[in-house]
Design a binder for this molecule. Structure first.
Ligand code: ZN
Length: 299
């Protein structure tokens, strides 16, 4: 059996695994995201200590961003303009590759999560779908024509602009770059700021925050469906762990599309169109394994 490494590099923690699939994880660790040096050293130590019995073929990294994915760029594999203190211009890929002397493949956390969902989760057999996470931040990965979409840099679905009715919702938003973009209005921290500091997970199901939240998510999904024409939209992240949001978002998307896009997936079969991740909160780290496996297949 060929063994791979996977790293989900997140803003609050790095999750590292060694294995070959969801049921074949040989070692795993979680490292809190502190300074780049300290965090990366922890990660490297985990792989060095745990790969002696199981030599790795390659490592996949799904990183928070923005990141540089242009293989010809001098800053390929860097975390670039992140507002996370200390992490701007961090050569994440280079540090790991050099320390482990292994081929390392690099992509966004949400693109790798999409890969995980295609291999083992809610998008098996699909070639055109989106994975959007709504949690501490908001981001989206896209598999289009069975390829991860990078484009100019990579999509930033969390920073699209949404219609914002200031009378109904005077909250200005919290994105440091845009104020009331999708992430600024609808991330977990945005919910908390808008509703008097109560963490999103403590707000009860009948609280008016959720109708507004479903409205913003539906506006975003509507836009993404018009842009990408996906066969499925997977909504993950901490906020979406409130499963009651799914029927609310599906209904609102149906209302917003207003019959224009003709498909039973937006009407009778909408439960099959907007879905939770099949891998729960493991899409990112398992997707990092898939990234490694597909980049360096078994010989
Ligand atoms: Zn923004």
């Amino acid at each position: 059996m060929t063994i791979y490494g996977g790293i989900e590099a997140g803003g609050t923690k790095f999750i590292c695994v060694i294995g070959s699939g969801p049921d074949e994880i040989l070692a795993e660790t979680r490292v809190p995201t502190t300074t780049p040096d300290e965090t990366i050293q922890h990660v490297i130590r985990f792989f060095k200590e745990n790969s002696t019995d199981h030599p790795l073929r390659s490592v996949g990294v799904g990183s928070f961003g923005p990141v540089d994915l242009d293989t010809l760029s001098p800053t390929y594999g860097y975390i670039t303009t992140t507002p996370k203190p200390g992490w701007m211009n961090t050569n994440l890929l280079g540090a790991i590759q050099e320390a482990l002397s292994l081929p390392v493949t690099f992509d966004t956390d949400v693109n790798t999560a999409a890969l995980g969902e295609q291999e083992w989760g809610a998008a098996q057999g699909m070639h055109d779908f989106l994975y959007v996470t709504i949690g501490t931040g908001i981001g989206g990965g896209a598999l289009i024509n069975n390829q991860l979409l990078h484009g100019l840099i990579h999509p930033e679905m969390g920073h699209i602009r949404l219609p914002h009715d200031f009378e109904a919702d005077p909250f200005p938003g919290i994105c440091p770059f845009h104020g009331d973009c999708f992430e600024g209005l609808a991330s977990g921290p945005a919910l908390q700021h808008r509703w008097g500091g109560h963490p999103a997970e403590t707000l009860p199901e009948n609280h008016p925050c959720w109708q507004l939240e479903a409205h913003y998510i539906a506006l975003a999904v509507h836009n993404l469906v018009c842009d990408f024409s996906p066969q499925r939209v997977i909504l993950g992240g901490g906020v979406m762990e409130n499963r009651f949001l799914f029927p609310m978002v599906r209904q609102e998307v149906h209302n917003l599309v207003n019959g224009y896009i003709q498909t039973p997936l937006l009407t009778a079969h909408r439960e099959d169109f907007i879905v939770p991740p099949g891998l729960g909160n493991r899409s990112g780290v398992l997707g990092a394994l898939v990234l490694a496996m597909r980049s360096y297949p078994e010989e």
